[in-house]
Design a protein around this ligand. Structure first.
Ligand code: FAD
Ligand code: NAI
Length: 470
């Protein structure tokens, strides 16, 4: 054991929460280190999450367009083929480029990077089992826990990442499967299901709830499900998996309607389990030193992101809230600002979510069913993409925009977008929500023509008055 430098901040975990916190701490002149065991920075998001999934979504969409849509536009291409090995190489290059970029940012901001597993010895001491086989102990005034999350296993179906796969296995399949079963029609299930469906795989998605993505506004979820069905995804909502088997080369599941009825058996090359993720704190020794957790094994923090041990903070997927990279990043910056005695800021009412399928689905704020349940009086307006000229010109007009506003004040309470560029357009809506805007503020803002963003303006006009083009 060697004891070294006294730090101001040590971050355990180098994902989007942790690495952003470390960079911010470096920028504020705090003596900072980050401990990450994976061997590369960026966490789940860059290595086996956001980035590789978006790379495959982009590649598979281009292949699908070239095979299915170009002809209608007068572009005749012959012999379109998928070179899966090259697609995987491209995906890996994207990931490596970005993770190395964070290493450079650490150097630029004087953040020490320890490649190893961090363990809390006490409230100021971290023991590190370095990946090179040696050990080190470091001390810090403040510690930020950013150890993230892992896929929740499905009872009776153990992950082997060959037949029973999590998103990690799904991102690196050795070949394009003939058949894929997906358990859970949430974000991972529909994104990864879309990737393979576009490449020719027969995809069957089994969802327990009676709508896909139960957290979505119901109108949007219905339109989204129809769209995915049209593309060829087989989706069974209101169904549960009662048992499953791994035959080594393929797997099977027995599925029943939740409300009762005859069971069906499905076989496939792989079974993707995507029924949610759970916080990850293995080997951290957090409970043992007295850090409090809630009943979902998430670390409890106060409004300054402090645990019950005040110099230990926690951020990202390991604490309550949406498991999203940008949420963790906001918390990372805020935690460091609190440590530095500055005012941190995370507005949990203005965190956008995006599903990167085609069309994309994005939202911020409340759904209509949430407003009803909370007895809040509201107005609503919606606008179909079919009536947006840019979407028509692009031959890509599936979807709608739905706006929910407070009845008396017209203040935006929820914005729900389904269209080809929902993930970009939600930025404008989130800014509006952050600034407490009314629908009329967007409705009276001049939007360029012809753009997809005009549909947001018109949906807002529909909420307080009437749209022009529908
Ligand atoms: P993580 O990114 O999980 O990072 C935690 C890190 O801590 C890990 O690298 C881990 O190795 C390390 N660690 C854990 N314990 C220790 C220890 N004791 N010592 C040292 N290191 C340790 N979110 C989005 O916002 N947009 C998306 O498009 C998106 N796509 C996703 C796609 C997939 C397939 C998946 C699985 C997730 C996706 N997410 C997306 C979610 C996003 O990846 C997470 O919300 C985000 O990574 C959480 O960041 P984090 O920093 O809290 O934790
Ligand atoms: P999820 O919470 O998005 O979806 C899980 C789905 O599984 C839900 O529809 C749920 O009703 C269903 N389900 C739960 N138990 C079931 C059962 N026993 N049988 C059938 N269905 C069941 O979780 P997912 O897709 O695993 O993703 C995990 C996390 O990763 C999400 O919370 C998300 O925030 C994050 N993520 C974000 C992405 C993005 O921002 N684009 C992309 C991928 C993941």
């Amino acid at each position: 054991f060697s004891t070294s430098t006294q730090y101001d901040v040590v971050v355990i975990g180098g994902g989007p929460g942790g690495y952003v916190a470390a960079i911010k701490a470096g920028q504020l002149g705090l003596k900072t280190a980050c401990v990450e065991k994976r061997g590369s920075l960026g966490g789940t998001c860059l290595n086996v999450g956001c980035i590789p999934s978006k790379a495959l979504l982009n590649i598979s969409q281009k292949y699908y367009d070239a095979s299915k849509h170009y002809k209608e536009l007068g572009i005749e291409v012959e012999g379109v083929k998928m070179n899966w090995a090259q697609a995987q190489t491209k995906k890996a290059e994207t990931v490596t480029g970005l993770t190395r970029g964070i290493e450079s940012l650490f150097k630029k901001n004087k953040v020490d990077y320890f490649v190893g597993t961090g363990r809390l010895n006490d409230k100021n001491t971290i023991g590190i089992n370095l990946n090179n086989g040696t050990q080190q102990v470091i001390n810090s005034k403040n510690i930020i826990i950013a150890t993230g999350s892992e896929p929740t296993p499905f009872p009776g179906l153990n992950f082997d990442e060959k037949v029973i796969i999590s998103s990690t296995g799904a991102l690196s399949l050795p070949q394009i499967p003939k058949k894929l079963i997906v358990i859970g029609a949430g974000v991972i299930g529909l994104e990864m299901g879309s990737v393979y469906q576009r490449l020719g795989t027969q995809v069957t998605v089994i969802e327990f709830a009676d709508q896909i993505c139960p957290f979505l506004d119901t109108d949007v979820a219905k339109a989204f499900q129809q769209s995915l069905k049209k593309q060829g995804l087989q989706i069974l909502t209101g169904h549960k998996v009662v048992s499953g088997q791994n035959f080594g080369t393929h797997g099977s599941v027995v599925v029943e309607p939740v409300k009762g009825g005859p069971s069906q058996t499905f076989e496939a090359d792989h079974i993707l389990v995507s029924t949610g993720r759970r916080p990850y704190v293995d080997g951290l020794n957090a409970k043992e030193i007295g850090i409090e957790f809630d009943n979902k094994n998430r670390i409890i923090t106060n409004s300054h992101l402090q645990t019950n041990i005040p110099n230990i903070y926690a951020i990202g997927d390991v604490i309550p809230g949406p498991m999203l990279a940008h949420k963790g990043e906001e918390e990372g910056i805020a935690a460091v600002e609190y440590i530095a005695g500055k005012g941190g800021h995370v507005n949990y009412d203005a965190i956008p979510s995006v599903i990167y399928t085609h069309p994309e689905v994005a939202w911020v704020g409340k759904t209509e069913q949430e407003l009803k349940a909370a007895n809040i009086k509201y107005n609503k307006g919606s606008f179909p993409m079919l009536a947006n000229s840019r979407a028509k010109a692009n031959n890509d007009y599936d979807g709608l925009i739905k706006i929910l506003t407070e009845k008396d004040t017209d203040k935006l309470l929820g914005v729900h977008i389904m269209n080809a560029q929902a993930g970009e357009l939600i930025g404008e809506a989130t800014l509006a929500v952050e600034y407490g805007a009314a629908a009329e503020d967007i409705g009276r803002t001049c939007h360029a023509h012809p753009t997809i963003s005009e549909a947001l303006k018109e949906a807002c006009m529909a909420a307080y008055d009437k749209p022009i083009h529908f």
